[in-house]
Design a binder for this molecule. Structure first.
Ligand code: ADP
Ligand code: MG
Length: 282
Protein backbone atom coordinates (compact mmCIF):
# COMPACT_ATOMS: atom_id res chain seq x y z
CA UNK A 1 0.00 0.00 0.00
CA UNK A 2 2.87 2.38 0.83
CA UNK A 3 4.21 1.86 -2.66
CA UNK A 4 0.86 2.75 -4.19
CA UNK A 5 0.63 5.92 -2.14
CA UNK A 6 4.14 6.91 -3.25
CA UNK A 7 3.34 6.41 -6.90
CA UNK A 8 0.06 8.27 -6.68
CA UNK A 9 1.90 11.12 -4.92
CA UNK A 10 4.21 11.91 -7.85
CA UNK A 11 3.30 15.25 -9.41
CA UNK A 12 1.58 15.45 -12.75
CA UNK A 13 3.52 18.04 -14.70
CA UNK A 14 1.47 20.03 -17.19
CA UNK A 15 2.98 22.58 -19.60
CA UNK A 16 0.48 25.25 -20.61
CA UNK A 17 1.60 26.32 -24.04
CA UNK A 18 0.69 27.92 -27.31
CA UNK A 19 3.21 29.72 -29.51
CA UNK A 20 0.70 32.53 -30.01
CA UNK A 21 0.39 35.27 -27.39
CA UNK A 22 -2.88 36.24 -25.74
CA UNK A 23 -4.62 32.85 -25.93
CA UNK A 24 -5.17 32.63 -22.17
CA UNK A 25 -2.14 30.57 -21.10
CA UNK A 26 -1.33 32.65 -18.04
CA UNK A 27 -4.98 33.12 -17.09
CA UNK A 28 -5.42 29.35 -17.30
CA UNK A 29 -2.26 28.58 -15.30
CA UNK A 30 -3.23 30.99 -12.52
CA UNK A 31 -6.85 29.98 -12.15
CA UNK A 32 -6.57 26.26 -12.83
CA UNK A 33 -3.79 26.20 -10.25
CA UNK A 34 -5.80 27.91 -7.56
CA UNK A 35 -8.85 25.71 -8.02
CA UNK A 36 -6.74 22.55 -7.88
CA UNK A 37 -5.40 23.91 -4.56
CA UNK A 38 -8.96 24.56 -3.39
CA UNK A 39 -9.69 20.90 -4.21
CA UNK A 40 -6.95 19.96 -1.75
CA UNK A 41 -4.17 19.32 -4.27
CA UNK A 42 -0.67 20.64 -3.67
CA UNK A 43 0.17 22.85 -6.64
CA UNK A 44 3.37 24.47 -7.87
CA UNK A 45 3.05 27.09 -10.61
CA UNK A 46 6.26 27.58 -12.59
CA UNK A 47 6.58 30.82 -14.53
CA UNK A 48 8.97 30.41 -17.46
CA UNK A 49 7.84 33.50 -19.37
CA UNK A 50 10.28 36.44 -19.04
CA UNK A 51 7.21 38.72 -19.01
CA UNK A 52 6.50 37.36 -15.53
CA UNK A 53 2.73 37.68 -15.92
CA UNK A 54 1.92 34.64 -13.79
CA UNK A 55 4.27 35.98 -11.11
CA UNK A 56 2.47 39.35 -11.15
CA UNK A 57 -0.88 37.61 -11.16
CA UNK A 58 -0.03 36.15 -7.77
CA UNK A 59 0.86 39.58 -6.40
CA UNK A 60 4.65 39.37 -6.69
CA UNK A 61 6.57 42.16 -8.44
CA UNK A 62 9.13 40.57 -10.81
CA UNK A 63 11.39 43.65 -10.65
CA UNK A 64 11.84 43.17 -6.89
CA UNK A 65 13.11 39.59 -7.18
CA UNK A 66 16.83 39.16 -6.52
CA UNK A 67 16.71 35.58 -7.82
CA UNK A 68 14.12 33.65 -9.80
CA UNK A 69 13.71 30.86 -12.38
CA UNK A 70 16.57 32.22 -14.49
CA UNK A 71 19.09 31.83 -11.65
CA UNK A 72 17.80 28.36 -10.80
CA UNK A 73 17.96 27.20 -14.44
CA UNK A 74 21.56 28.42 -14.63
CA UNK A 75 22.39 26.49 -11.46
CA UNK A 76 23.27 29.63 -9.49
CA UNK A 77 20.65 28.90 -6.79
CA UNK A 78 18.42 25.95 -5.91
CA UNK A 79 14.72 25.62 -6.66
CA UNK A 80 13.96 25.85 -2.94
CA UNK A 81 15.80 29.22 -2.83
CA UNK A 82 13.40 30.84 -5.29
CA UNK A 83 10.12 29.20 -4.24
CA UNK A 84 7.42 31.56 -2.94
CA UNK A 85 4.04 30.98 -1.39
CA UNK A 86 1.12 32.49 -3.29
CA UNK A 87 -0.57 33.26 0.01
CA UNK A 88 -3.13 30.55 -0.80
CA UNK A 89 -2.79 27.28 1.10
CA UNK A 90 -1.14 24.56 -1.00
CA UNK A 91 -0.34 26.89 -3.89
CA UNK A 92 3.31 27.86 -4.48
CA UNK A 93 5.21 29.63 -7.22
CA UNK A 94 8.59 29.56 -8.91
CA UNK A 95 8.59 33.18 -10.14
CA UNK A 96 10.17 34.73 -13.25
CA UNK A 97 11.37 38.17 -14.26
CA UNK A 98 12.65 39.94 -17.37
CA UNK A 99 16.24 38.69 -17.30
CA UNK A 100 14.97 35.14 -17.87
CA UNK A 101 15.02 36.25 -21.52
CA UNK A 102 18.82 35.99 -21.35
CA UNK A 103 18.54 32.28 -20.61
CA UNK A 104 17.54 31.51 -24.20
CA UNK A 105 20.91 32.86 -25.36
CA UNK A 106 23.04 31.53 -22.50
CA UNK A 107 21.54 28.03 -22.58
CA UNK A 108 22.36 27.49 -26.24
CA UNK A 109 25.99 26.58 -25.56
CA UNK A 110 25.33 24.41 -22.52
CA UNK A 111 25.16 20.61 -22.61
CA UNK A 112 21.67 19.19 -22.01
CA UNK A 113 20.25 22.65 -22.65
CA UNK A 114 16.72 21.28 -23.21
CA UNK A 115 16.76 19.41 -19.87
CA UNK A 116 17.50 22.27 -17.43
CA UNK A 117 13.92 22.76 -16.27
CA UNK A 118 13.35 19.01 -15.97
CA UNK A 119 16.35 18.79 -13.59
CA UNK A 120 15.16 21.82 -11.64
CA UNK A 121 11.70 20.30 -11.10
CA UNK A 122 12.99 16.89 -10.02
CA UNK A 123 13.31 18.03 -6.42
CA UNK A 124 9.62 19.03 -6.38
CA UNK A 125 7.84 16.02 -7.86
CA UNK A 126 7.35 14.22 -4.56
CA UNK A 127 6.14 17.36 -2.82
CA UNK A 128 3.32 18.36 -5.21
CA UNK A 129 0.29 16.79 -6.87
CA UNK A 130 0.35 19.19 -9.80
CA UNK A 131 3.14 21.25 -11.33
CA UNK A 132 1.84 23.73 -13.91
CA UNK A 133 4.33 25.41 -16.27
CA UNK A 134 3.24 28.73 -17.77
CA UNK A 135 5.16 28.89 -21.08
CA UNK A 136 6.08 31.99 -23.11
CA UNK A 137 4.37 32.66 -26.46
CA UNK A 138 6.96 30.96 -28.68
CA UNK A 139 8.33 27.52 -29.48
CA UNK A 140 11.84 28.59 -28.41
CA UNK A 141 14.23 26.99 -25.96
CA UNK A 142 12.27 27.98 -22.84
CA UNK A 143 9.08 26.34 -24.13
CA UNK A 144 11.09 23.29 -25.26
CA UNK A 145 12.41 23.08 -21.68
CA UNK A 146 8.80 23.21 -20.53
CA UNK A 147 7.80 20.37 -22.86
CA UNK A 148 10.77 18.20 -21.84
CA UNK A 149 9.95 18.71 -18.16
CA UNK A 150 6.24 17.97 -18.60
CA UNK A 151 4.24 14.77 -18.91
CA UNK A 152 1.37 16.54 -20.60
CA UNK A 153 0.58 19.68 -22.56
CA UNK A 154 -2.52 21.81 -22.21
CA UNK A 155 -3.05 24.16 -25.15
CA UNK A 156 -5.34 27.17 -24.68
CA UNK A 157 -6.78 28.18 -28.08
CA UNK A 158 -9.01 31.00 -29.21
CA UNK A 159 -11.64 30.32 -31.83
CA UNK A 160 -9.81 32.12 -34.62
CA UNK A 161 -9.14 31.25 -38.22
CA UNK A 162 -5.46 30.30 -37.64
CA UNK A 163 -5.98 28.28 -34.45
CA UNK A 164 -6.18 24.89 -36.15
CA UNK A 165 -3.03 25.62 -38.15
CA UNK A 166 -1.27 26.70 -34.94
CA UNK A 167 -2.33 23.52 -33.16
CA UNK A 168 -1.02 21.39 -36.03
CA UNK A 169 2.32 23.21 -35.86
CA UNK A 170 2.50 22.62 -32.11
CA UNK A 171 1.76 18.91 -32.54
CA UNK A 172 4.51 18.75 -35.17
CA UNK A 173 7.00 20.23 -32.70
CA UNK A 174 5.96 17.69 -30.07
CA UNK A 175 6.40 14.76 -32.40
CA UNK A 176 9.83 16.08 -33.52
CA UNK A 177 10.81 16.30 -29.87
CA UNK A 178 9.73 12.72 -29.28
CA UNK A 179 11.99 11.65 -32.17
CA UNK A 180 15.00 13.83 -31.39
CA UNK A 181 15.04 14.16 -27.61
CA UNK A 182 13.32 10.92 -26.68
CA UNK A 183 10.74 12.78 -24.60
CA UNK A 184 7.45 11.20 -23.70
CA UNK A 185 4.75 13.85 -23.63
CA UNK A 186 1.08 13.68 -24.39
CA UNK A 187 -1.46 16.28 -25.30
CA UNK A 188 -3.74 16.55 -22.26
CA UNK A 189 -6.08 18.68 -24.30
CA UNK A 190 -6.80 21.84 -26.23
CA UNK A 191 -8.83 24.32 -24.20
CA UNK A 192 -11.17 26.73 -25.94
CA UNK A 193 -10.71 30.14 -24.31
CA UNK A 194 -12.06 33.69 -24.70
CA UNK A 195 -15.20 32.15 -26.16
CA UNK A 196 -18.22 34.22 -27.12
CA UNK A 197 -21.21 31.94 -27.67
CA UNK A 198 -23.04 34.73 -29.55
CA UNK A 199 -20.38 34.71 -32.26
CA UNK A 200 -21.15 32.41 -35.21
CA UNK A 201 -17.43 32.35 -36.05
CA UNK A 202 -16.57 31.12 -32.57
CA UNK A 203 -19.27 28.45 -32.71
CA UNK A 204 -18.10 27.21 -36.12
CA UNK A 205 -14.42 27.12 -35.23
CA UNK A 206 -15.17 25.35 -31.95
CA UNK A 207 -16.98 22.69 -33.99
CA UNK A 208 -14.02 22.43 -36.41
CA UNK A 209 -11.59 22.09 -33.51
CA UNK A 210 -13.57 19.21 -32.08
CA UNK A 211 -13.78 17.57 -35.50
CA UNK A 212 -10.03 17.96 -36.22
CA UNK A 213 -8.78 17.03 -32.75
CA UNK A 214 -11.38 14.49 -31.84
CA UNK A 215 -11.26 13.58 -28.16
CA UNK A 216 -8.47 16.05 -27.48
CA UNK A 217 -10.54 19.17 -26.84
CA UNK A 218 -11.74 19.69 -23.28
CA UNK A 219 -15.51 19.61 -22.71
CA UNK A 220 -14.99 22.72 -20.59
CA UNK A 221 -15.03 26.00 -22.51
CA UNK A 222 -13.69 29.21 -20.97
CA UNK A 223 -15.97 32.14 -21.85
CA UNK A 224 -14.74 35.68 -22.43
CA UNK A 225 -15.41 37.16 -19.01
CA UNK A 226 -14.22 40.58 -17.85
CA UNK A 227 -13.72 39.35 -14.27
CA UNK A 228 -10.93 37.06 -15.57
CA UNK A 229 -9.17 40.01 -17.19
CA UNK A 230 -9.36 42.31 -14.18
CA UNK A 231 -8.20 39.89 -11.44
CA UNK A 232 -4.43 39.88 -12.26
CA UNK A 233 -4.15 43.66 -11.81
CA UNK A 234 -5.11 43.11 -8.18
CA UNK A 235 -2.48 40.36 -7.85
CA UNK A 236 -5.27 37.90 -7.13
CA UNK A 237 -6.99 34.97 -8.81
CA UNK A 238 -10.63 34.93 -9.88
CA UNK A 239 -11.53 32.79 -6.87
CA UNK A 240 -10.49 35.66 -4.59
CA UNK A 241 -11.83 38.61 -6.59
CA UNK A 242 -15.02 37.21 -8.12
CA UNK A 243 -15.76 33.61 -7.13
CA UNK A 244 -19.36 33.82 -8.40
CA UNK A 245 -18.37 34.85 -11.94
CA UNK A 246 -18.77 32.72 -15.07
CA UNK A 247 -14.99 32.71 -15.41
CA UNK A 248 -14.55 31.18 -11.96
CA UNK A 249 -17.20 28.55 -12.71
CA UNK A 250 -15.42 27.63 -15.94
CA UNK A 251 -12.01 27.17 -14.30
CA UNK A 252 -13.60 25.14 -11.52
CA UNK A 253 -15.11 22.88 -14.20
CA UNK A 254 -11.73 22.59 -15.94
CA UNK A 255 -9.93 21.59 -12.73
CA UNK A 256 -12.59 18.96 -12.06
CA UNK A 257 -12.37 17.66 -15.63
CA UNK A 258 -8.58 17.31 -15.38
CA UNK A 259 -8.71 15.52 -12.03
CA UNK A 260 -11.34 13.19 -13.51
CA UNK A 261 -9.16 12.47 -16.57
CA UNK A 262 -6.22 11.62 -14.34
CA UNK A 263 -8.35 9.54 -12.03
CA UNK A 264 -9.47 7.55 -15.05
CA UNK A 265 -6.07 6.76 -16.54
CA UNK A 266 -3.55 7.00 -13.74
CA UNK A 267 -4.46 4.32 -11.23
CA UNK A 268 -3.21 1.32 -13.18
CA UNK A 269 -1.83 -0.52 -10.18
CA UNK A 270 -4.94 -0.13 -8.04
CA UNK A 271 -7.92 -2.22 -9.00
CA UNK A 272 -11.40 -0.70 -8.92
CA UNK A 273 -12.36 -2.99 -6.03
CA UNK A 274 -9.45 -1.64 -4.00
CA UNK A 275 -10.30 2.02 -4.49
CA UNK A 276 -14.05 1.63 -4.19
CA UNK A 277 -15.25 3.36 -1.06
CA UNK A 278 -11.87 4.99 -0.34
CA UNK A 279 -12.03 7.87 -2.78
CA UNK A 280 -15.01 10.17 -2.89
CA UNK A 281 -14.47 13.59 -4.40
CA UNK A 282 -11.44 12.86 -6.64
P1 ADP B 1 -1.24 34.42 -22.74
O1 ADP B 1 -0.61 34.04 -21.45
O2 ADP B 1 -1.58 33.27 -23.61
O3 ADP B 1 -0.47 35.47 -23.47
P2 ADP B 1 -3.21 35.74 -21.08
O4 ADP B 1 -3.74 34.72 -20.16
O5 ADP B 1 -2.22 36.70 -20.54
O6 ADP B 1 -2.67 35.06 -22.40
O7 ADP B 1 -4.47 36.52 -21.67
C1 ADP B 1 -4.30 37.60 -22.58
C2 ADP B 1 -5.22 38.75 -22.16
O8 ADP B 1 -6.57 38.33 -22.22
C3 ADP B 1 -4.99 39.20 -20.73
O9 ADP B 1 -5.21 40.58 -20.65
C4 ADP B 1 -6.05 38.43 -19.94
O10 ADP B 1 -6.43 39.09 -18.76
C5 ADP B 1 -7.19 38.37 -20.94
N1 ADP B 1 -7.99 37.15 -20.82
C6 ADP B 1 -7.55 35.88 -20.81
N2 ADP B 1 -8.57 35.00 -20.73
C7 ADP B 1 -9.70 35.75 -20.69
C8 ADP B 1 -11.10 35.44 -20.64
N3 ADP B 1 -11.54 34.18 -20.62
N4 ADP B 1 -11.98 36.47 -20.62
C9 ADP B 1 -11.54 37.75 -20.67
N5 ADP B 1 -10.26 38.11 -20.73
C10 ADP B 1 -9.33 37.12 -20.75
MG1 MG C 1 1.28 34.51 -20.66
Amino acid sequence: MALEVDILGVAKIIAIANQKGGTGKTTTALNLGVYLAIMGKKVLLVDIDPQGNATQGLGIKPENLATHVYHALMGKVSGADIKRSSGIFGYDLLPAAADLAGATVELVDLPEREFKLKSLLESFVDEYDYILIDCPPSLGLLTINGFVAANEILVPVQCEFFSIQGLNQLMGTISLMKDNLGTDINILGALITLYDKRSATHRNIAKDLRRNFDGRVFDTIIPRNSALASAPAKGQTIFQTDPESQGAAAYKQLAEEIVRIHGGIENPIVSTEEIEGTIDTD
